[in-house]
Design a protein around this ligand. Structure first.
Ligand SMILES: *Cc1c(COP(=O)(O)O)cnc(C)c1O
Length: 357
């Protein structure tokens, strides 16, 4: 690998001066703040509750330092290697805007996979080279090698992969990290449920590695919108340069700080979800119209069956919504089923057992 951030970044991004907010120019402690045109009296929120809480009349910390400190301790990654976004989706979009020249550069995607990579590519007018996964849902390395050209900037690998649920072979990812001069983005949204370990430990070895994680899945905070990117300092530096100055609002920062104090509950849910995944997989094998339950390292199962769309409608009529992936490449007649609570999973199995084609 011959990684050079300067040849990778778009020229306009290299040259631009970032927005400099009041909170960037003065970040110490003072007694009177008259620098940001805020409302110095307070906010309706603080008046209403009467309790000392976050000061919503003030702009939030643009770099979320306190929250990053906490995440740093949990993940074992120094804060300067962490970017926080309004969901992982913000990080994904930023990577396109920083590294991909519209109408000129391209990225590699391996369908079936998470839909947002494609949406971000199309929004940014960046060409997509799609190389479908092999029938065992692993990377097609030969075709990948053939597809890479001088304008290929990003490779997105989702592991565990959504919607197939499997982890991508470590050796295959390593091969790409060692040979690709652009960025290899590994989306680990489901890593907490996986038998495989995170790539975070490899950050020091690969300057072209970007890891995405999120508080939306195992952490149970999809509503807060907090995504994390871990990468080398040059990449994180550019993400901070281009992001909206106050991309994570005060409430999200504050609530995430609180949530990260409650790790044991989250770990218990994760354990139960993994047990339920194995239980559900076993139950599903006994249902006659179900053909394949793919092995999963995530909090969902991809399940192939006769007439998946009819089964979907049957479940929906009973008030149970799953994801119909029938129209997705390599997923015909597949439903993607999220692992619910034990009670929800029982109801799902009961509903499937009364299905008649
Ligand atoms: C759910 C999911 C995410 C999470 O996105 P957020 O914007 O952080 O909620 C990211 N990647 C994949 C593959 C997902 O399935």
């Amino acid at each position: 690998m011959n990684f050079n951030i300067d040849t990778l970044v778009r020229d306009n991004i290299k040259k631009m001066s970032p927005y400099s907010s009041a909170r960037h120019e003065f970040s110490g402690e003072a007694s009177i703040y008259l620098d940001a045109n805020e409302n110095s009296f307070g906010s309706p929120l603080s008046t209403a509750t009467g309790i000392e809480g976050p000061q919503y009349n003030r702009y939030p910390d643009p770099l979320q330092n306190a929250l990053k400190e906490k995440i740093s301790r949990i993940k074992g990654v120094p804060p300067q290697h962490i970017f926080l976004g309004n969901g992982s989706d913000e990080a994904i979009d930023l990577l396109f805007r920083i590294f991909c020249e519209p109408g000129k550069d391209n990225v590699l995607l391996f369908p079936p996979t998470y839909g947002m990579y494609k949406v971000a590519a199309e929004t940014n007018d960046v060409a997509i080279k799609e190389i479908p996964l092999l029938p065992d849902f692993q990377l097609d390395l030969e075709s990948i090698e053939a597809a890479i050209d001088e304008h290929t900037k990003l490779i997105f690998i989702c592991s565990p992969n959504n919607p197939t649920g499997n982890s991508i072979d470590r050796n295959d990812i390593e091969l790409l990290l060692n040979n690709f001069n652009g960025l290899v983005v590994i989306d680990e949204a489901y890593i907490n449920y996986s038998r495989q370990k995170t790539w975070i430990q490899e950050l020091t070895e690969y300057p072209n590695l970007v890891i995405l994680q999120t508080l939306s899945k195992a952490w149970g905070l999809a509503g807060l919108r907090l995504g994390m990117a871990f990468a080398g300092e040059p990449v994180i530096g550019y993400m901070n340069k281009v992001k909206y100055p106050y991309n994570i609002n005060t409430a999200s920062q504050q609530l995430a700080m609180e949530a990260l104090e409650n790790i044991s509950g989250v770990n218990n849910w994760t354990k139960t979800t993994v047990q339920q995944r194995e239980w559900l997989a076993n139950e599903l094998t006994q249902i006659p119209f179900i053909q394949t339950i793919y092995p999963s390292d995530a909090n969902f199962l991809l399940v192939k069956m006769e007439q998946a769309s009819n089964v979907y409608a049957h479940l929906a009529a009973k008030g149970i919504i799953v994801r119909d992936r029938s129209s997705v490449i390599l997923c015909n007649d597949c439903l993607r089923i999220t692992i619910g609570t034990p009670e929800e999973n029982l109801q799902l199995v009961a509903a499937l057992n009364v299905y008649q084609s």
